[in-house]
Design a binder for this molecule. Structure first.
Ligand code: CAA
Length: 265
């Protein structure tokens, strides 16, 4: 069973079924260089390999100021197109691993979520933010476009108009506006952020986790399919839940007027 694992630029800790992956380069406001992106991928492999003990994954940034202030500009400024493509693919590979986890993932946005940082948060299932957090895709202010999924995942979350506004102006929005446009689900006082995140995680962990994983899977995988195909896909996964012990337990517990004890089987 995994408890804590230390990398150079990220920390992975597990406590009572909740893994917390902390991007840990506070001196650079947790900017993502290639080593950090590689380590994020390695940590996610650990989370995937430990499904038995890890039920929910939380991603956050070290320090009080920043979640992640983007890709590392000092690493990028001399890159050529081939090196840029390599960095973008590395980020895509790591961020896709977040979406491919069966466990629910929550971004705990403790400060700046800019560029690659917002792209990282957008790869999680749920975003909870401090009321001090700021969100933006400032790439055009550097003469580039978002390259870690921002043109796609941000657009899917907030719609084309808002995504184009954010990307074309490069302006930051505050947590209130982020909640209003559907970019984040909850806002908290900074000191309550992790408590709120854990509250959500604990609520999720009381449920049938095979069902949680399947719901996440069908929501993501069917999002871009035609409705008829998508609802067929839902029917298929819905019917599969009836072959789990969790379904028997959940419905039996309801009929017996008691709380269910799910085993994830
Ligand atoms: N890359 C590298 N270093 C960064 C960084 C980044 N993205 N963001 C901040 N830092 C570093 C700063 O250079 C500074 O380092 P030094 O102390 O060595 O000078 C340190 O972090 C603290 O930053 P500031 O002094 O700038 O702090 P501030 O409070 O004055 O400003 C900020 C905070 C508004 C977030 C500002 O740091 C900023 O604008 N950062 C860049 C944000 C950005 O443009 N992100 C997008 C990057 S491009 C991208 O992500 C492409 C993509 O699609 C993947």
């Amino acid at each position: 069973m995994l408890d804590t694992k230390t990398y150079k630029n990220v920390l992975l800790a597990v406590d009572n079924g909740i893994a917390t992956l902390t991007i840990n380069r506070p001196k650079s406001l947790n900017a993502l260089n290639s080593d950090t992106l590689t380590e994020i991928g390695q940590a996610l492999d650990e989370v995937k390999a430990n499904e038995e003990s890890i039920k929910v994954l939380v991603i956050t940034g070290a320090g009080e100021k920043s979640f992640v202030a983007g890709a590392d500009i000092s690493q990028m400024h001399n890159m050529n197109s081939l090196e840029a493509a390599k960095l973008s693919k590395l980020a895509h590979t790591s961020f896709r691993k977040i979406e491919d986890l069966s466990q629910l993932t929550i971004a705990a946005v403790n400060g700046y979520a800019l560029g690659g940082g917002l792209e990282l948060a957008a790869s999680c299932d749920i975003r909870v933010a401090s009321n001090k957090a700021k969100f933006g895709q400032p790439e055009v202010t550097l003469g580039i476009i978002p390259g870690f999924g921002g043109t796609q995942r941000l657009t899917r979350l907030v719609g084309r108009g808002k995504a184009k506004e954010m990307i074309a102006t490069g302006k930051m929005i505050d947590a209130e506006e982020a909640a209003r446009v559907g970019l984040i689900e909850e806002i908290t006082e900074p000191q309550n952020l992790m408590t709120k995140v854990k509250e959500i995680a604990n609520q999720v962990m009381k449920n049938g986790l095979i069902a949680v994983g399947m719901a996440k899977y069908v929501i993501d995988r069917a999002a871009d399919l035609p409705l008829d195909t998508a609802i067929d896909f839902e029917t298929q996964l819905w019917s599969e839940t009836f072959s789990t012990k969790d379904q028997t337990e959940g419905m039996t517990a309801f009929l017996e007027k008691r709380k269910p004890t799910f085993k994830g089987q």
